[in-house]
Write a protein of this length. Sequence first.
Length: 100
Amino acid sequence: MKKVFTLNHEKIKYPRMVDAAKHEVKKYLKRERNKTLPIDADYWAFDCKFGHTAEDAEVVHVAELSKCISEIEKQNLMSFYVEIIARPAQRQQLDLDDDE
């Protein structure tokens, strides 16, 4: 998902547009997580970028997306850019032999 969200609308109020953007991001993440995984993967990892424009976008963790959108709301900005790319990943094994 690579999308510029615009938060101005003639009939819908600004806080509802922000809530709609958050909901759309969460819905996309849920839809991607429900896809079938390849055999060699354990979970879906997400590479996320967030910024005012596509050129200014910085890498953020998937858990911080809602906080970033809330910051946009505090600044009363009228648009923002979100990029979310899903990729299969494997959990890393912990080496417990170092403690012994």
